[in-house]
Design a protein around this ligand. Sequence first.
Ligand SMILES: NC(=O)CCC(=O)C(=O)O
Length: 264
Amino acid sequence: MRASLIQIAVDEGESVDSRRRRTASLVRDQAGADLVVLPELWTTGAFAFEEFGSAAEPLQGPTYEAMAKAASDAGVWLHAGSIPERASDGTLYNTSLFFAPSGDLAASYRKIHRFGFDKGEAVLMGAGEDLVTVRLPDTTVGVATCYDLRFPELFRGLVDAGAETLVVPAGWPERRRAHWTLLAQARAVENQAFVLACGTAGTHAGVPQAGHSIVVDPWGAVLAEAGSDEEILTVEFDPGKVATTREQFPALKDRVLGLPAPRR
Ligand SMILES: NC(=O)CCC(=O)C(=O)O
């Protein structure tokens, strides 16, 4: 399989409309790839909390329309990153859109773990409740978003649902870049799965972004890693490696479920 991770620069000097047009064109340029991945909240920036409300869209808003067309023009599976979604009851969600090569929506995922503790996304957005996987011709993809990467139980849930490739769009800050690469490798090793993690470049809301999108194989080897600037990271990988890794080193079979609480 060939995947392209488009590490978009999200800077304040560019309007959302311009970035949306530019991103659609970058997706079209990936014709021939099997899967294209965009980052989290690339229209506004993941830390531009004050813009979430004004830039929010219904699920089938302008970003959906532009990305559905770009996916079908390029003939690729497109994880179009996430948008600030305004649901019909007014609640905001950090919602990922995943399109089939036909341009039809294959799945959407509302981020479960919201970042910010008692500020930002954590108070402005609602929490998703559903785990989401998508069957591609050669692999089953499980999706998660940015801060979700810190919560291994979510990824175990995706593996239990059949995931072999874990796709994580993000807007991860430079100051915690070491966590980003470490956690991407940890999720790959413990789940014996590919991890495709696509971040943003640039600086928005005063927060320099880490970039360093990364692709890790089921043994924890880094297949490709981007630098800090806008970049398209292209990688070829063999989805069959998940089954062979799980057969040859069958650690997932040794899971002990329902461990008792510690004795006091
Ligand atoms: N947008 C996010 O979820 C940021 C997460 C983050 O900065 C961290 O986990 O550290």
